[in-house]
Design a protein around this ligand. Sequence first.
Ligand SMILES: [Zn+2]
Ligand SMILES: [Zn+2]
Length: 262
Amino acid sequence: MLINYHTHTVRCNHAANVPDAAYAEAALEAGLRELGFADHVPYPFEEQHFSGCRMRCADLPDYMASLTSLKEAYAGRLDIHIGFEAEYYPDYFDKLLDMLAPYPCEYLILGQHFIGNEIGEPYNGQPTNSAERMRAYGEQCKRALATKRFSYFAHPDVLHFTGDEAVYREVSRDLCRAAKGMEIPLEFNLLGFIEHRHYPRRAFWEEAAVVGNEVILGWDAHSPNWMKQPEKEAEARAYLEALGLTVTDSLRLLDPLYDRKS
Ligand SMILES: [Zn+2]
Ligand SMILES: [Zn+2]
């Protein structure tokens, strides 16, 4: 694999307790040319809502400073990019962009872990047989992609829908079409693949194959050595090829802050 744009850091509170540089070293050992950090974005919720699955707003300056110096230290050997994995929460998204505006944030990937505005919502990985919920997920993700601020769509099949298969396929195909229309690649998530989570889900990728989406592999690394599993990567590529999908090894970064720079 030449690129990985899905890398977490210790700040999200559920990744390995290692310095950021350990990811850069592991990436070089794994033969990567480009390494993108996309830790779980700190969301500017009201203070009474504590979101434990992401970095805190207070950690943002350190994240940016640490990765900026890493980028310089590895220049010429490894192309490091600074971004975030973010949900699209309509009530808070503008505030989020305003908060990121002073920083050299180069990209966002969409990882819609909750629908609505997260508060009071169950995690999307929890099984649900509600067709209404499946459709709401599809609509929210389409709105997210339409903002043109996400460079790719991480684990697009994270919603764990256990209801009518026809509804699953219909919503998934619609989502794949929207992504294709906006030229946004879909991520085949290697964390879910290796750990046999409910995603990647075969039916979703069959729909993506019909639509002809561009697919990108993401390690979703929460520890450095995770990126050094070439046999798993080969397995994932073979799985996708068998479905008729091709994996891209380059990513066009969309500037999420294009209208917020002075
Ligand atoms: Zn995620
Ligand atoms: Zn992730």
